[in-house]
Design a binder for this molecule. Structure first.
Ligand code: UDP
Length: 538
């Protein structure tokens, strides 16, 4: 294993001297443990104590300097899941003098990104919590390039999808367990600790029932930049027979099954006049799945982690998510939120099994596969009678597990009807032009001129120039919004105008002062900033 690290040569004595003289140096971004990422020089890790070590010297830096607030509750989150108490990062402190009595340090020459994967066996978690956040954390810090190395500290083995993680940099990621084989005291020459949460769109329900994050900051553009990178790294070559439209049914083969899959495939093919193909994680390689999905017109699947693969769909495609009986689609929206991110340009359809006769339950299974026989009889009875799982917290709610692991016979006509309500013409029509929304700048040189007509009448003439960026753009529809507010009043009169000047006379009084706010709007939806407020006295 240790030859792994020797690809970059370092001068051992220089590295040791730097550690002894400079100690550990840390500078972080972020104001709270939940948005913090730290950059370290000479951060060490004791594989025996399983603790990170900060060595103090006269030249050490520790910013932020939190004192014991560093433990309230932690310096930072090591995974992208917000404030999860099993994912905290901290270090213990020692003076550099203690090195004399410690194992000889082994230096890690690669720039390191040190983090936790959250749930590496679940595909939704792999993409949402790990791969996309790692990719964008690397974009944030230029020395986290393709020659940097990932260190997964959560303690899992490689997991089912390690190949995906391996695509992120040119160096093999290392697991916590493997660090022991490298030495007793590891010192990372240069490292970043923590993951950016800026791209995550979903919270899993640890403190409140699951749902979209309150303040989503990612758009389809960034998702697609990520998928483009992954497809290049994984050598996904696009389908040759482009032009032919087809539907992909992403099937589960172990649980949460579609019981009439053959019938469903035939019905979809017939209804939409398209070839319909089935893929599953069990029967297809990732490269094949991505190749097929990235050119599909529609992706149909049971609710479940495999649906995260819709991030590889082309613009204009349709996602159809099927929910088992008693599972309200509105309450479980990781894939809906993804499909409807601004700029993802996917259509989304949720279908729920409304017929109890069409569901198959598994009360006798192990609890984590939805079994309920470990519960008392009354509770089992209540769950069996219930027609909808009430909102709940993650992750072991037995009623939720019981219902979400049901198999379903899909009612074909109600499903087709649902899809038809959303997809009016041909699904996935790639001909549609997707307007890439740009926003106007401020209007310029705004002026107003007042005239008093009499004791009760006055006019306000307002004019302005187009935003600076408009002269370089072709914009279909340019409008201006003007708000007129009498000074001291809480309300204002809004106007939408097509020209760059207007004379207002209704509700304009003589000898009053008005505040005039003006902004430009492109294509109805792209609202620009207001220019500095104008003060106009009549
Ligand atoms: N999985 C699968 N086929 C199955 C059942 C599960 O490929 O028949 C995958 C699933 O996509 C996910 C992982 O196994 O990546 C864990 O599935 P689980 O049912 O625990 O989670 P969920 O899909 O509900 O998020």
């Amino acid at each position: 294993q240790s030859q792994e690290l020797s690809q970059v040569q370092i001068d051992y004595h220089a590295a040791l001297q730097a550690l002894v003289e400079e100690g550990t140096r840390m500078v972080c971004t972020g104001r709270m443990h939940t948005d913090r990422i730290c950059r370290f020089e000479s951060l060490c890790y004791s594989t025996e104590a399983e603790e990170f070590v900060f060595f103090h010297s006269n030249s050490s830096i520790m910013l932020p300097s939190l004192g014991s607030r560093r433990f309230q509750p932690a310096l930072l989150d090591l995974s992208s899941v917000e404030d999860h108490n099993t994912q905290y990062f901290n270090f213990v402190e020692l003076p550099v003098a203690a090195l004399k009595f410690m194992p000889k340090p082994v230096f890690v020459p690669d720039v390191a990104l040190i983090m936790n994967r959250f749930n590496p066996d679940n595909l939704m978690h792999v993409f949402h919590d790990d791969l996309i956040p790692i990719f964008y954390t690397m974009q944030q810090f230029p020395d986290l390039d393709l020659e940097s190395r990932l260190f997964f500290m959560e303690g899992w083995n490689e997991g089912l999808h390690f190949d995906l993680y391996k695509a992120l940099t040119n160096k093999q990621p290392l697991l916590k367990e493997q660090l022991k084989t490298l030495g007793r005291l590891l010192c990372f020459t240069k490292s970043y600790v923590g993951l950016s949460k800026i791209t995550t769109w979903y919270q899993y329900g640890f403190v409140q029932p699951q749902g979209p994050k309150a303040n989503i900051l990612v758009s389809g553009n960034e998702i697609r930049q990520f998928t483009k990178f992954m497809m290049e790294k994984l050598n996904v070559t696009l389908e040759e027979n482009f032009g032919e439209d087809y539907i992909v049914l992403f099937s589960r083969t172990i649980n949460r099954l579609i019981l009439n899959e053959a019938e469903l495939i035939l019905a979809l093919a017939q209804e939409f006049q398209m070839k319909t193909i089935t893929v599953s994680l069990e029967d297809h390689s990732f490269v094949d799945i991505i190749r097929l999905i990235s050119n599909a017109s529609m992706l149909v699947s049971m609710h479940g982690a495999q649906l995260v693969m819709s991030l590889f769909l082309p613009r204009g495609a349709t996602v159809v998510e099927l929910f088992p009986y008693a599972i309200n689609p509105e309450h479980y929206t990781p894939y809906k939120t993804l499909a409807t991110l601004p700029g993802m340009d996917l259509q989304y359809v949720a279908w729920q099994n409304a017929e109890e006769d069409n569901t198959v339950t598994y009360p006798d299974r192990h609890w984590d596969q939805g079994g309920i026989t470990h519960l008392d009889k009354m509770e089992q009875e209540r769950i069996m009678q219930s027609k909808e799982v009430p909102r709940h917290l993650c992750c072991r709610n037995p009623e939720w597990l019981f219902r979400v692991y049901q198999d379903t016979k899909v009612d074909i006509s109600s499903l087709i009807q649902m899809i038809r309500q959303t997809v009016k013409s041909k699904p996935g029509s790639k001909k549609q032009k997707w307007v890439n929304g740009l926003y106007p700048g401020k209007v310029r040189d705004a002026k107003c001129q007042a005239s008093v007509q009499g004791a009760n009448e006055a006019k306000l003439s307002v004019s302005w120039q187009i935003p600076w960026n408009l002269k370089y753009l072709k914009v279909r529809d340019v409008k201006y919004e003007v708000w007129i507010q009498e000074q001291g009043e809480n309300t204002y009169m809004p106007y939408i105008l097509s020209y760059q000047n207007h004379t207002f006379s209704e509700n304009i009084k003589p000898f009053a002062t008005y505040l005039v706010w003006i902004r430009c709007i492109f294509n109805k939806n792209f609202l620009g900033p207001f220019a500095d407020v104008l003060m106009c006295s009549t």
